[in-house]
Structure formats: C-alpha cells, structure tokens
Design a protein. Structure first.
Length: 77
C-alpha cells in the first residue's frame, strides 16, 4: 500500500476541504487556527512533503531558505 503524502495545513479550512485533506493526505492540521511564526512553521514543516498555507503566513526568501528539504510543494488557499 502506498503511503499518503505528509501535508502541513497552517490554518483552519472549510469542512469539505478538511475532509478531502484527511482523505488524501497524512495531514497535520493547526487546530488552534492561529498564525504560526516563521520559526514554528519551519519546525512544523520538518518531514512534510507539502505545505498548505494561507495569506496570513508571510513567506519570505529567508523563510523559504530555512524550510526543510523534505518539502516538495507549497500551496496557498
């Protein structure tokens, strides 16, 4: 059986989106729905295949260079 990709979701998503995320990914959600600091985001991204972020997370060149190399994709919602 193929492993599901690991996905970090930084903010609360609509129920139908969360249901699809949970179906298709090994997801780590942000149940507190608070904005993650750049340091928290880097730590949480360790071992993830992808990140789903919102506009509330500022993605700067410094943050991008600090992200773990495990990540292959960053998507925005």
């Amino acid at each position: 059986m193929q492993k599901k990709p690991r996905l970090l979701v930084t903010r609360h998503m609509p129920d139908n989106v969360t249901a699809r995320i949970n179906r298709d990914y090994d997801a780590t959600l942000n149940p507190d729905d608070r904005i993650m600091s750049p340091e928290e985001l880097v730590r949480a991204a360790e071992g993830m295949d992808a990140l789903m972020i919102c506009g509330s997370e500022r993605i700067t060149p410094d943050l991008l260079s600090a992200l773990p190399r495990s990540g292959r994709m960053i998507a925005t919602y």
